[in-house]
Design a protein around this ligand. Structure first.
Ligand code: FNR
Length: 341
C-alpha cells in the first residue's frame, strides 16, 4: 500500500466508521444565571495560547498533507476556510515532506493561501530537532504540534512498535525551537500523569486530543486482517481529559477530540481550555458540503459562542474559566475515581 493510499483510507474511514459520539460533554452542565450583567455586543472571541494571540478560540486540528492531489485540494480548502473565518490551522504530519521534497507543495499551499494566518506545523514524537526546525520553516509556522499516537501506531499494520524516549526528544525540541511547542494526543486523551511529565519540559501547551470523536483504532482496524478491537473503546473522554490536565498543569490547555458545536466549545473552555481544535467535524463538512457552507457554519459557531458567553455572564473567553459547572454521570464518576473533584 502506498502512503497516498493510506492517507486516502484515513480520510474515508474518518468520515464514516471512525467517528464516535461520547466525549463526556453530555455530562457537563451549566448553571443558569438570571442576572448575567452582559451585553451580546460586548462579547469578544479573542483568545491566547500562552504568547500566541488568536482572533478566535477555534482552530482546525492536524489532518492532511502529502499524498498528492486529493490531500492538496483538502488543504487548499482548509486554508481558504481558515483565512475567511480567522481561525487557526494545523497541517497534518510533515514527516512525508521531510523525506520526499515532492510532497512539500501540499503543505506550502496552506501558508501561500493564508500569509497572515495562525498556522501550526506538525510532526510525531519520533522527530529530531533538525526535522522540527525544517517542518516549521517549510510553512513559516507560528507553533509546532508534536503528536502522540501510540494506539494508532499499534493498530496500524505498518506502524511503529517502539515508543521509548519520546519525552526526551520532545524536551530537546521544545528547548531548541524559538516558537511554542504544543504536544497533542490524537483521540485517546492526555492523562494527569502524562501532563505532569510534559509540564517538566519546556513545551508551551497541551492539546488533550481526547476520546469521543475520530477514533484511530477503529480506522486502522478497518485496514487489518486480524482486528485489535480491544483498543476501540480505549481512551480518556475529552471532557475528563481537560479536567485531568487542568488538575496538575499550569500550561495552556487546548481541547480537542469530538468537538462539533458551539456548546461543546464553551464547555471545553469552562473546564479550563483556552482554545479548541476541530478535525473530523470540519473535514466532514468540507467534503460533504463544500468550503462555502463550512465557512458559514464556522461563522454561525462564532455567533453561537458569543450568545452562550452572554448568557453565562462572560465578555472575554478567559472569563469562561470561572463559570460554575455541574458534572454528572460518567465524567463525575471518572473524576471521583481519579481524585479530581
Ligand atoms: C488526523 N489527526 C492527525 N493528528 C496529527 O497530529 N497529525 C496528523 O497527521 C493527523 N492526521 C489525521 C488525519 C485525519 C484524516 C484525521 C481525521 C485526523 C488527528 C486529529 O488532529 C485529531 O487529534 C483527532 O482527529 C481527534 O479530533 P476530532 O477529529 O475528533 O476533532
Amino acid at each position: 500500500m502506498t502512503r497516498a493510499q493510506r492517507k486516502r483510507d484515513h480520510i474515508n474511514y474518518a468520515l464514516t466508521t471512525g467517528q464516535q459520539e461520547k466525549t463526556g460533554f453530555e455530562d457537563v452542565k451549566f448553571v443558569h444565571q438570571s442576572l448575567p450583567d452582559t451585553a451580546l455586543d460586548d462579547t469578544e472571541l479573542q483568545s491566547r495560547i500562552g504568547e500566541l494571540s488568536l482572533s478566535s478560540p477555534i482552530f482546525v486540528n492536524a489532518m492532511t498533507g502529502g499524498g498528492g492531489g486529493y490531500t492538496s485540494k483538502i488543504n487548499a480548502d482548509l486554508s481558504h476556510l481558515a483565512r475567511e473565518t480567522g481561525i487557526g490551522l494545523a497541517v497534518g504530519s510533515q514527516m512525508s515532506a521531510l523525506k520526499d521534497p515532492a510532497e512539500r507543495t501540499t503543505y506550502e499551499i496552506v501558508r501561500k493561501n493564508n500569509p497572515n494566518g495562525i498556522i501550526f506545523a506538525n510532526l510525531g514524537s519520533e522527530a529530531t530537532v533538525q526535522q522540527a526546525i525544517d517542518a516549521v520553516e517549510m510553512i513559516e509556522a507560528d507553533a509546532l504540534q508534536i503528536h502522540l499516537n501510540v494506539i494508532q501506531e499499534l493498530t496500524m499494520p505498518e506502524g511503529d512498535r517502539d515508543f521509548k524516549s519520546a519525552l526526551e526528544r520532545i524536551g530537546r525540541i521544545a528547548e531548541q525551537l524559538s516558537i511554542p511547542v504544543i504536544v497533542k494526543e490524537t483521540g485517546f486523551g492526555i492523562s494527569k500523569e502524562a501532563a505532569l511529565a510534559l509540564s517538566e519540559t519546556s513545551i508551551s501547551a497541551i492539546d488533550v486530543g481526547g476520546f469521543g470523536g475520530t477514533n484511530f483504532s477503529r480506522i486502522e482496524n478497518q485496514r487489518r486482517q486480524r482486528m485489535l478491537n480491544y483498543f476501540d473503546d480505549w481512551g480518556i473522554p475529552t471532557a475528563a481529559s481537560i479536567a485531568e490536565v487542568h488538575s496538575v498543569s499550569d500550561l495552556p490547555i487546548l481541547a480537542s477530540g469530538g468537538i462539533r458545536n458551539s456548546l461543546e466549545i464553551v464547555k471545553s473552555m469552562s473546564l479550563g481550555a483556552c482554545a479548541v481544535g476541530m478535525a473530523g467535524a470540519i473535514l466532514k463538512s468540507i467534503v460533504d458540503k463544500g468550503v462555502d457552507a463550512t465557512i458559514e457554519e464556522v461563522n454561525d459557531i462564532h455567533t453561537d459562542i458569543r450568545y452562550l458567553m452572554c448568557a453565562l455572564g462572560c465578555t472575554r473567553t478567559e472569563d469562561l474559566h470561572k463559570v460554575p459547572l455541574i458534572l454528572t454521570g460518567e465524567v463525575y464518576h471518572w473524576l471521583a475515581v481519579r481524585g479530581l473533584n
